[in-house]
Design a protein around this ligand. Structure first.
Ligand SMILES: Cc1ncc(COP(=O)(O)O)c(C=O)c1O
Length: 370
């Protein structure tokens, strides 16, 4: 969260000192906290037991919840009971309940009891896994679990995974790796005043807007994301892809990457990955598979077909899959060329800077190397 102002700070040091005198500092007394925790455990269990009796989505107009909240922050704290009462009265009815059995919108797989329990354990532990040193246990556990996921997805062992906060960020980092390979040292020197070709990225007209967001952020430019038409099953039209790439080559563009989608957001269609991979190999292009929605299904034996084209070495360069639990998306955005990408810059910082969210994984690799 960022707040900014140009106005001078009005509150003087004396006022802050007076506030300190008035407010009891410190945390909740131990016994009271234990009691609250038990109450909350019952609240969570009751909520899940009674979820069917709630509306799936609120019937109110926008602004209805806000109108019931004080416009100014409270001067004094309120009791736990009062806060929990407000949650029942204002928040629960104002939510879209993604865990409701009648919720059939978007993606319907987002809470499980083990997910909630895992979250309850992790919160008091106050995990900060930004480097190995700040939390060795989390860093090493994360590294191991990401590798389990890789194995379950049937990816070759040269793929290394990184946890991202969102799928869009995972896609952006995969394309950053593609850009670094096509224009080495971009992370060091940037894109300005270099004699670089105009890169193009290709994806279907059904694919997620994460492609454009990545292109904007990476300095490739939104216009350079070419949306290719789809067939009657909403899968990218491979002939049209070939023609679009050929046209761009004639016009001196440099085809950089194709984003194939395994499970498009709107229709769950699966692009013909092996055919796309063939084009990428011929054109020396990066193939990224966006499996944010459907990629994880490849863990299930009857959906193994969804991993076609990604298991053979160098057919696909990066892949993203989300394993959604109560709280987080674990995205394995992996690439066999990642070590190359890291090695492109000397010095030990290379391990930390190329993908910030990966620093924990990278740091643990460093610790293994001593
Ligand atoms: C196929 C696909 N790709 C990318 C995304 C972007 O995900 P996020 O909102 O986590 O950035 C989504 C989200 O719905 C998706 O379904």
């Amino acid at each position: 969260m960022i707040f900014a102002t140009t106005a001078p700070l009005k509150q003087g040091v004396n006022e802050i000192e007076t506030m300190k005198d008035q407010q009891p500092l410190g945390d909740t007394p131990r016994e009271e906290f234990r009691k609250q925790l038990h109450e909350l455990a019952d609240w969570v269990a009751d909520f899940r037991e009674n979820i069917e009796s709630l509306r799936v989505a609120p019937g109110e107009k926008p602004g209805a919840i806000r109108a019931q909240l004080p416009a100014q922050g409270p001067e004094e704290g309120e009791s736990f009971e009062k806060i929990l009462g407000d949650v029942d009265r204002l928040i629960v009815p104002g939510m879209v309940h993604w865990s409701h059995p009648m919720f059939l919108g978007y993606f319907g797989w987002t809470t499980t009891a083990p997910g909630i329990l895992g979250e309850i354990i992790s919160v008091p532990l106050n995990v900060n896994a930004m480097t190995w040193r700040t939390c060795p246990a989390a860093t090493e556990l994360e590294t191991v679990v990401i590798d389990w996921l890789r194995q379950w997805l049937g990816l070759p062992d040269e793929f290394g995974g990184v946890v991202y906060d969102t799928a869009s960020v995972g896609i952006m980092h995969a394309l950053a790796a593609a850009r670094e390979e096509a224009a080495p040292f971009t992370r060091k020197f940037g894109l300005i005043n270099r004699d670089l070709p105009r890169f193009r990225i290709y994806t279907s007209d059904e694919a997620h807007s994460a492609a454009e967001k990545a292109a904007i952020t990476l300095g490739i430019g939104e216009e350079n994301v070419q949306r290719v038409e789809t067939d009657a099953d909403f899968r990218i039209d491979v002939d049209a892809l070939r023609k679009t790439i050929a046209r761009d080559v004639r016009h001196n563009f440099r085809p950089l990457a194709v984003i194939a989608t395994v499970g498009t957001t709107s229709s769950a269609s699966v692009d013909p990955v092996p055919e796309i991979a063939k084009i990428c190999r011929e054109q020396k292009m990066w193939l990224h598979i966006d499996g944010a929605y459907g990629g994880a299904f490849a863990m299930v034996p009857e959906y193994k077909w969804a991993s076609k084209g990604r298991t053979r070495r160098f057919l696909c360069r990066s892949i993203l899959a989300c394993f959604t639990s109560a709280t987080s998306s674990v995205c394995a955005a992996c690439s066999p060329s990642c070590p190359k990408f890291c090695a492109a810059t000397p010095s030990k910082e290379r391990r930390i800077t190329w993908i910030t969210a990966s620093s924990s994984v990278v740091d643990s690799a460093r610790s293994k190397r001593g």
